[in-house]
Design a protein around this ligand. Sequence first.
Ligand SMILES: [Zn+2]
Length: 206
Amino acid sequence: MKGTFRPDSLTAERGMPAWLATTMNFCTRCGAPLRFGLLAAEDRERLYCQTCGFVAYVNPRLVVTTLPITEAGEVVLLRRGIEPGHGAWAQPGGFLEIDETAHEGAIRETVEETGLLVEPGRIVGLYTRPQAAIVVVAFEADIVGGEMRTCPEALEIVAFAPEAIPWSGIAFDTTTWALTDWLRATRPELLPTTRPEPISGRGHVR
Ligand SMILES: [Zn+2]
């Protein structure tokens, strides 16, 4: 998942990342094999079913995350207990469920992973990673209750002062980007100039 992966290379594997293409073989309506090609009234090639006409649209999933901020102005990060990013630091978050709002999903994921009850506020940033087929939204969030506790997904949970953010041990580019954007809005004097660039650079759509 490293390196540049831009939308103009998405057609390499039926219009999507190869790992995702391997999961899209059969029609979910009738079970017949899917084909990939141009359809009338479509502006790009699509996966479709020749038997029943079903078009299998493939879109990114939304990952809802928070940057929980303590009263002292620290940002809460967790050390991940699962892959991807096992052992590295990230903000709490996860996939939005189909029956919840983005705010609800952000609150749910944060309490599940950290024990903290938060109230999401402004959006720090919105980050697209085509190679992972995700869009990550990061909310700045007030901590309004709960108590920090670890779980299998979070080996350690720490409130970091802005000066102490563990930049060299961050799990995801999107975490680096969100923390950078949060600092830019809150403590711009702390933005280091020598920090390593994210692996795939900052070529995301904002
Ligand atoms: Zn079908």
